[in-house]
Design a protein around this ligand. Structure first.
Ligand code: GLY
Length: 344
């Protein structure tokens, strides 16, 4: 399976390829950036001709400190501008390694090799790279397309269940924003890492994302922002938790339920929150925060969200299943009231 992406002035292919054959492509000029979990699962990475930088697994690594540490190692290793950065790992590795590739020597060739479901269906495609700051998630970064994306769905078999569910949150998101039929498929078939047709779902999501990023690569028109359904609340929850003990998929699942309630309160939709909740529950994703949340602090974080233009809170809201729109200037008092109500 493969999907062609034409994005900005770039063109690349997202293609199904075995991880082993990617490892064989790595030359002595190249650098693999991965994390401790992926390296433990795939010791064959150490047999590649390239050098390896391994970061601690987890969202906390998408930090300024880790970025600096990787850049330091890359220059110490003598990495030159004709080398390629292979980002082999989940979303954190892809975003951090992508930002390193975008900035080192003012930009070097980047190959994304996503090993988590979340990275396969979302973060490895579309060229968003970056790191988190205490002010909010993904606030320092760039749009930087990969030269290629290689997906090996068989690696999902080594993914811990919680991380599979984490990726399912983004899969479910595509259904709500763009693809009603996908929602039905997800309801009917209880996907797991062992599902024989998982790769079809992965490439279906990649094709949906391709359509969005081809139309609005740098998120100028507002179209690409629909990929952020659930993310205004979700990113604020992640920042408040200091990027610890809360997976991105879990945060956006809670965020999608909350944002449906907010859209209803604004009179923009009539989706029953139970309908949104049931699919997340089917995939063992949370629908409410699982630990204490300071709603006032959350509101401040949402006001500083990347989508915000300074007029209230900006959210990508689903108007009806399969149809989503960026809505700006939402009254923080309304958001506060809805969150306090549904989370009480
Ligand atoms: N993950 C959202 C985007 O790529 O725009």
């Amino acid at each position: 399976m493969q999907v062609e992406v034409k994005s900005g002035t770039d063109q690349y292919t997202v293609q199904q390829t075995r991880l082993q054959s990617v490892i064989e492509q790595v030359s002595s000029r190249d650098m693999i950036i991965t994390d401790t979990n992926v390296l433990a699962c795939y010791p064959a990475l150490s047999n590649s001709k390239g050098q390896i930088i391994s970061i601690p697994a987890g969202e906390e690594s998408k930090s300024f400190v880790q970025y600096e540490a990787v850049v330091e190692q890359i220059f110490q290793a003598g990495f030159l501008r004709n080398g390629t950065v292979f980002a082999i790992g989940g979303g954190v590795v892809g975003d951090l390694a992508g930002f390193v590739a975008a900035t080192v020597h003012r930009g070097v060739r980047l190959v994304q090799v996503p090993t988590s479901l979340l990275a396969m269906v979302d973060s490895s495609v579309g060229g968003k790279v970056g790191i988190d700051l205490s002010y909010g998630k993904n606030l320092l970064g760039s749009f930087y397309n990969p030269a290629s994306v290689y997906i090996d769905p068989t690696v999902l078999q080594t993914l811990p269940t919680e991380h599979f569910q984490n990726g399912m949150a983004e899969v479910i998101k595509y259904g709500w924003i763009l693809d009603v039929e996908l929602l039905e498929i997800l309801k009917k078939e209880n996907f797991s890492v062992n599902s024989h047709n998982l790769e079809e779902i992965v490439f279906r999501c990649v094709a949906l994302k391709r359509d969005v990023v081809e139309a609005d690569f740098t998120e100028k028109s507002g179209l690409r922002a629909i990929l952020n359904f659930g993310h205004t609340v979700g990113h604020a929850l992640e920042a408040q938790a200091e990027y610890k003990n809360l997976l991105h998929g879990q945060a956006i699942a809670v965020g999608m339920v909350a944002e449906v309630a907010i859209a209803n309160e604004l009179g923009l939709s009539q989706i029953r929150t139970q309908d949104v909740e049931s699919l997340f529950q089917q995939y063992q994703l949370p629908i409410r925060p699982t630990s204490y949340v300071n709603i006032d602090q959350l509101i401040s974080l949402m006001l500083g969200d990347k989508k915000s233009t300074g007029n209230g809170i900006a959210m990508s809201l689903v108007l009806e299943p399969g149809q989503c729109k960026l809505v700006d200037n939402i009254d923080p008092a309304l958001v506060r009231r809805v969150l306090a109500n549904i989370w009480s």
